[in-house]
Design a protein around this ligand. Structure first.
Ligand code: HEC
Length: 147
């Protein structure tokens, strides 16, 4: 029950960041996007744990949904000028904005398939799709995230 409450709380927090994304983006887009990326990394870890345990895959549904949500809202947390400060975002993001956003769209599509795989009940299929989602993370980090 405690676990369940935590997931709800995390999802609610994400909804707030999404809903007020524009207003918050004026204040601290860097902190917002980093918090969302961290949540997404936690969702990946939780999904991996379900795969390693061989299921039940339904436990990964809310985690996969968080990945889709972050892929949707995080492009809004990269306004012009937010390459300065406590950030590893590379300047190429703003010179190749269309490609950068395409990579988020690709993550959203792979994330949606992860939700479906989690609903499907087959831990092996979930594992295969998990690999594709990880590839979508890496495809962006390799080009747009500094060390
Ligand atoms: C379209 C590009 C893109 C995609 C896709 C993407 N990331 Fe990132 N990620 C970034 C950028 C850019 C940063 C650096 C943000 C900053 O420092 O301002 C980052 C930073 C991070 C961070 C560090 C956050 C911090 O606190 O400094 C984590 C963790 C992370 N990403 C995880 C993921 C995971 C997991 C996925 C896939 C499920 C993913 N990212 C997909 C671009 C992306």
């Amino acid at each position: 029950m405690q676990r369940f409450t935590k997931i709800i709380a995390a999802a609610a927090g994400l909804a707030v960041v999404g809903a007020f994304g524009m207003a918050l983006a004026q204040g601290d887009p860097i902190a917002n996007r980093k918090a969302n990326f961290k949540m997404m990394a936690d969702a990946m870890k939780a999904t991996k744990a379900v795969i390693d345990a061989g299921g039940p895959t339904a436990k990964a549904v809310p985690e996969a949904e968080k990945i889709v949500q972050v892929a949707r809202v995080n492009p809004g947390h990269f306004p012009t000028g937010s390459d300065k400060g406590d950030t590893k975002a590379l300047p190429e993001i703003w010179t190749n904005k269309a490609d950068f956003e395409k990579k988020f769209a690709n993550l959203e599509a792979e994330g949606a398939k992860l939700v479906m795989a989690a609903q499907g009940g087959d831990a092996k299929a979930l594992g295969a799709q998990f690999g594709k989602v990880g590839g979508a993370c890496k495809a962006c980090h390799d080009v747009y995230r500094g060390k």
